[in-house]
Structure formats: C-alpha cells, structure tokens
Design a binder for this molecule. Structure first.
Ligand code: HEC
Ligand code: HEC
Length: 268
C-alpha cells in the first residue's frame, strides 16, 4: 500500500486534477454565460449583466413596486362561509329560486337540454363566479344574461350553495361497449402537451388538483363542452382569469377538442 497522503498540494496528480477541473469550469461558464449569449442575436444589444442573467434564466432587474399590473378579468370570489344553520337557509332559498326559474333547463339530476350545462354538484365558487360574470357581461349568453340580470348578490350566493349541495349527475354520455377512453384525450387530460404549452386538464379541473375557479367537467354533454372550448379558442368567451383557458384551447386542434369533450362527457 502507498502510504503517501493523496489530498495534499505536494501530490502533483491532485494539484493537476483540481486545477484542470476548475479551469474547465471557468471556461465553460465564460462560454455559456458570456460568449454564446453575446454571439446569439436573441439577446440583442443588452448589457453584459443582462446577458448573463438572460442565459441563467433569471430576471436582471427585480420588481420595484411601482409598475402597474394588468387588471384581471375578474377576481376569484369565494362565497362567504356561513354557519351550518345559515347555510341550510341559504340552500333552501336557492332551491326555491332554482325550481321556479332554472330547473326547466338545468334540471336537478343532470341536464334537460344538451346546450345547458348541468349544475348539480358543481363547486359553489364556480356557479357563483359564472353567475356574476353573466351579470356583469364578462361572459356573454343571450339566454343567461337576461335571466340573471335582476338578481341580488345574495340570490347568486344561495343558488351556488344550493347546486353545490346536490349530488353530482351521472355521466352525460356513455362510451360504446368495449371502447375505452380515447388515447389522445387521456393524454391531454392527464399529461397535457408541454411542447405546445397545454397543461394537463386534470391539474386544474379537480381530478388531480384544482386551481382557480375551475369547474368540475364530468356530467356535461360533449356538445356543451366542445362549444365552450371553441368559444375560448376563438376568444368569444373571455371571462377566464389570466386567460388560463384561452391559452389552453387556442393550442388545441378541432379533433382534440372533440376528443376531450367526449372524454369528459363519459366521466361521472
Ligand atoms: C332557457 C334555459 C335556461 C334557463 C331557464 C336558465 N339557464 Fe343557465 N344556462 C343556459 C344555457 C344555454 C347556458 C350555457 C350558456 C353558454 O353557452 O355560455 C347556461 C349556463 C349557466 C351557467 C354556467 C355554467 C357553467 O358550467 O359554466 C350557470 C351557473 C347557470 N346557467 C345558472 C342558471 C341559474 C341559476 C338559472 C336560474 C336563475 C338558470 N341558469 C336558468 C340555459 C338556461
Ligand atoms: C390552468 C388551469 C386550467 C387548465 C390546465 C385547464 N383548464 Fe379548463 N378551465 C379553467 C378555469 C379556471 C375555468 C373557468 C373559467 C371561468 O369561467 O372563469 C375553465 C373552464 C373550462 C371549461 C368551461 C366549463 C364550463 O362549464 O363553463 C371547459 C370545457 C374546460 N375548462 C376544459 C378544459 C380542458 C379540456 C382542458 C385540458 C385540455 C382544460 N380545461 C385545462 C382552468 C384550466
């Protein structure tokens, strides 16, 4: 066995290997952060520091607090939480309004018309937000805007908690016997398509996770779902906060829209 100590400055092998590793690292940093960004037209005539930050993927200046931000299409509004007694009253009031004014189209157990979405079991924040958006005109619908125009904020809240208290409807459409869910649709729903900036639907719509006021989509008809996706894609519907649905729908082909619409229509 060699008794000499390995990690000492007197060992030329050690000095050389550490020295050359450092030299390679320094040259690589200079090439990656200074030379390549300077040679690339993507960085234009930015300062050296801005180029280094750009290559490292970090902002070269931080938020200073006096920039004006975009006004979002609306804020997420959660109906105020209530005591269970007040909640039962609210559900009761919502049921009364719904039976007289909404059930002929939206049903209690599911949809009555293919074009009217099912509301039973929908998250209360979704129903409340959509009703507010119809009222303010953020979301346009010849039918719904007129129906909801004169309603008080309390009515909208009561309707939202009433529908949320109902059980989710059964799947709106059945897949043909022996036919599993479409592979394209399953991939988009569970994995998305990162290269085209399509995040997985399930990350927002409740199967894996839930973000913003994203609706539960199971139980809706394929016709309604496809129509909404087309409306987001064309920009006819633009009440989604920060364009989160428009950005997804714009990237999708008509075939993909039909496939995911059928996927969700067959889901509970
Ligand atoms: C004449 C039929 C009709 C009646 C009555 C009606 N709706 Fe609608 N509702 C529709 C249609 C059609 C849509 C889809 C609008 C669209 O295409 O954007 C809709 C959409 C909605 C949505 C959006 C749901 C979603 O998933 O985005 C909500 C919430 C809603 N209605 C609540 C109500 C409430 C509450 C009432 C009663 C006060 C009511 N509707 C009465 C036809 C109706
Ligand atoms: C970043 C989160 C996010 C992702 C990813 C996402 N959605 Fe959405 N989606 C939303 C939100 C939020 C809304 C509600 C918009 C609003 O009205 O405020 C919505 C609304 C919808 C609606 C309208 C439902 C109704 O009842 O009005 C459909 C249909 C829909 N999304 C389908 C999809 C499909 C299909 C995918 C995957 C290809 C997807 N979404 C991916 C957040 C998302």
């Amino acid at each position: 066995m060699n008794e000499e100590r390995l990690f000492t400055r007197r060992n030329p092998w050690f000095v050389w290997s550490v020295g050359s590793t450092l030299a390679v690292a320094i040259v690589a940093i200079l090439i990656g952060f200074v030379w390549l960004p300077s040679a690339s037209s993507a960085f234009g005539d930015l300062s050296l520091w801005a180029r280094i930050c750009g290559a490292a993927g970090v902002p070269s200046s931080w938020y200073s607090g006096n920039e004006t931000s975009h006004v979002p299409s609306d804020v997420v509004v959660l109906p105020p939480s209530d005591t269970s007694h007040a909640m039962a009253d609210a559900i009761g009031r919502g049921a009364t309004i719904a039976t007289q004014h909404c059930s002929m189209c939206h049903g209690v157990l599911g949809t009555v018309q293919v074009t009217a979405p099912a509301l039973a079991g929908q998250y209360a924040d979704v129903t409340y937000k959509e009703l507010r958006d119809f009222q303010s005109g953020q979301r346009q619908s010849a039918v719904m805007q007129a129906i909801i125009a004169g309603r008080s904020d309390q009515d909208l809240h009561d309707l939202a908690v009433y529908y949320a208290s109902l059980p989710l409807p059964a799947a709106a459409e059945k897949t043909r016997a022996g036919e599993g869910p479409d592979a394209t649709a399953t991939r988009l729903v569970m994995q998305g398509d990162p290269q085209r900036n399509i995040a997985q639907c399930a990350a927002c719509h409740g199967q894996l996770d839930r973000k913003g006021a994203a609706p539960w989509l199971g139980g809706q008809s394929a016709a309604y779902l496809a129509a909404q996706l087309q409306a987001f894609a064309s920009g006819a519907r633009r009440n989604d906060i920060n364009e989160q649905m428009r950005n997804v729908a714009r990237q999708m082909t008509p075939e993909e829209i039909d496939a995911v619409a059928r996927y969700y229509a067959a889901m509970q």
